[in-house]
Design a protein around this ligand. Sequence first.
Ligand SMILES: Nc1ncnc2c1ncn2[C@@H]1O[C@H](COP(=O)(O)OP(=O)(O)OP(=O)(O)O)[C@@H](O)[C@H]1O
Ligand SMILES: [Mg+2]
Length: 461
Amino acid sequence: MNGLSPEKRDKSTKPLLSKFRKKDERVVIEKIKGKKPPKVSIIKLWRYASGKDLILVISGILCAALTGLGYPFMSIIIGDISGSIINITIFLDTPNTINGSYNYESRAYNLEEFKSDINQDCLHYAYLGIAMLISATAQVACFMISGENMVHKMQKEFFKSLLRQDIGWFDKNSSGTLSSKMFDNMERIREGTGDKVALFVQFVSQFFAGFVIAFIYDWKLTLIMMSLSPFMIACGGFMAKLMSASVRKEAEKYAKAGAIAEEALSSIRTVVAFNGQEHECARYDKALEAGKIDGIKKSVYIGTGLAMTFFTIFSSYALAFWVGTGYVADGYIEPKTVFTVFFSIMMGSMALGQAGQQLAVISGAQGAASAIFEVIDRKPEIDSQDLSGDKPTNIQGRINFENIKFAYPAREEITVLKGINFEALPGQTIALVGASGCGKSTMVQLLLRYYDPVEGEVSSV
Ligand SMILES: Nc1ncnc2c1ncn2[C@@H]1O[C@H](COP(=O)(O)OP(=O)(O)OP(=O)(O)O)[C@@H](O)[C@H]1O
Ligand SMILES: [Mg+2]
């Protein structure tokens, strides 16, 4: 027992050694910089959906597409109501019109007609409301029920396959990571296969319906309103590029700061023993300062990006009304068309932004599912659920270790057992003697078949 083996020493002092610290930092930074994390395809997210779930998903998609039509249809009603209000205002403002009725596009308009038009529009609103109530409830319910069913099944499969894994695999995957995978990733999958998908379909449908209605009502005005879109897209793209660069830099720097904090806290006894609190604080402060500068840069980019977006949006509104009123004055279009086109495009473009947000959640679920499916699909080398293999009916208790060579899967470079040979007869008591770390417990673990030896055979008859 005089001293630890080199490997044990490594383990106990790990956080204090700078070479380990650098490695830890590197791992964190590589994780952030890293190539795109693996993702499963969108279809694969529904891998555990039963036939009933798929029917629910398809019904959910149809209902969401219907819900998406709601806002664009509302813009038609808004246009109609504005048209009626404009007509009646003109009628009331010009009482001297022939026979007391106002003639707009050779159509007589009076209070009676106004009331009936508005009543009609209000009824349309009410119908739309009822339709929305049904379709929105159905879309969310369908997706959430099917999502819940799937995640429930996935959770069972995940836990089952966790228990199936060999001990060597658990050496490489800490139980903390696994339980957080179980909860965090499942939550993200639940989110990304539930109502967020419904919302995504709804917003995409709203986007298309909005632009189709606008084009049908007046394609010229629609194109004019869209003329500033390329500018907005260019601004957005440029800002996103600048932002992602500074977000990455910021994350790298904060990861370094995090590694310093983790190191100091995990070896807090050593820090206190050397009275190193001040030193660690100063080191952490310095690392934080670097991250702060990138954080500020990022905020400026976000601010400018948002400002440019709003500037473009409002400019396109101004342009629409300027050109639209010109068209009305020329008698090219009715005033209500301006409103319908304006609101349709507004609803459509708003929806595009919101669809993007849902897409981020869905893509998060794809990443989370990849980590879960990797575990579910892993077939361990020592498979406790495999029914094949020898099934001895009668065991006497003769244990034989034959030329056993072994290295732990988590540390393949270090050979723990270098050719062990012994036989234990039934009823015989055997003592394994050796320095700490020489491999006594390892031999017992091989006997229990936690691991398979690299060479040789453990047998018992
Ligand atoms: N799960 C593991 N993964 C990687 N290396 C391991 C693992 N378990 C033990 N080791 C390493 O294998 C070597 C042998 O360890 P083992 O636990 O068998 O020693 P031991 O003889 O039982 O020691 P002690 O007398 O202290 O119990 C040690 O260097 C140890 O660091
Ligand atoms: Mg031991």
